[in-house]
Design a binder for this molecule. Structure first.
Ligand SMILES: [Cu+2]
Length: 151
């Protein structure tokens, strides 16, 4: 009897993991300095569809992410973060956004950082955020239309 309930619990645990469909965990380098950066970086990541968890360490500059690679790629994740003003291992941050960061967040930029804003914009365009998805829940309802148009 007891064994059965453990088996049942294990079964549901496995089903639960499957539903989450997180099949990748990864560490990526993200430049930043303070706790505000931490919030900004983690928010940029977790607001993306397909991301389960994101945790940034201000000491090591490592962002640990778990995500569903059927929905999103590491490249796309880094793009979204770079757009908020933080350089990542792959992308140089949007310069305008970097300039807009509060003083405490002006981390030292690597002079040899990769500048690839064109690639950045291309990928940004293909990104889908959770927010957009939620706005369009009435896609097929009587009020469908304007709010679901591409910005
Ligand atoms: Cu900061």
């Amino acid at each position: 009897m007891k064994l059965q309930s453990i088996q049942l619990a294990l079964f549901f645990l496995l089903v639960g993991l499957n539903v989450m469909a997180v099949n990748k965990t990864e560490k990526i380098k993200v430049n930043g300095s303070c706790d505000m950066c931490k919030k900004r970086i983690e928010k940029a990541a977790t607001s993306l569809d397909g991301i389960e968890t994101a945790q940034w360490d201000p000491e090591t500059k490592d962002l640990s992410i778990s995500y569903d690679d059927q929905k999103i790629s590491a490249q796309q994740i880094q793009t979204a973060i770079a757009m908020t003003g933080h350089d990542t291992g792959l992308f140089s941050a949007n310069d305008k956004r970097y300039a807009e960061l509060p003083g405490c967040c002006r981390y030292e930029r690597d002079d040899n950082r990769k500048v690839n804003s064109h690639a950045l914009m291309e990928i940004q365009r293909s990104l889908k955020s959770k927010a957009n998805k939620e706005e369009c829940v009435h896609d097929k309802g009587p009020n469908s239309g304007s709010c679901c148009e591409q910005k």
